[in-house]
Design a protein. Structure first.
Length: 134
């Protein structure tokens, strides 16, 4: 892992504010490493500047608090919500398009709320390359 840390992928201001334990299990940490190695690090390398992870791993309590779906890949450490530098819809669109251009092995790539952020997930057993707009 060149550009991202497990700590960064588990950090949540909401969890901190609400005293929610948000530390990954060993299995979740392994999934986070795969997400970084297969998606986030190659994306950061090609993008050429920092990418901010708004949301990575979420415990069940945190996921419930933020309104995440019950089968969210964030629960397993397989997804990240990211934004570019600067944090603008234009930069987020660049990330979105770059993920596709690089032909990264994603499970889902989602344009969230008109490029307010980009959701990307990796599951080694499910490289379906589903692209959505929510």
């Amino acid at each position: 892992m060149k550009y991202f840390t497990i700590k960064e992928l588990c950090y949540s201001k909401k969890a901190k504010e609400n005293n929610i334990y948000n530390e990954p299990t060993a299995v979740v940490a392994d999934n986070l490493v795969l997400l970084v190695e297969n998606i986030l690090d190659p994306l950061r390398q090609a993008y050429g500047k920092p990418i901010v992870v708004n949301s990575g791993y979420r415990s069940k309590s945190l996921n419930r608090l933020v309104g995440g779906v019950c089968n969210s890949q964030h629960l397993e450490g397989k997804a990240a919500d990211i934004v570019g530098t600067p944090k603008t819809p234009e930069e987020n669109k660049k990330l979105f398009e770059l993920i596709k251009k690089l032909n990264l092995p994603f499970c889902q790539l989602i344009d969230e709320k008109n490029m307010s952020w980009v959701h990307v997930s990796y599951d080694k057993n499910n490289i379906k390359k589903q692209v959505l707009k929510l």
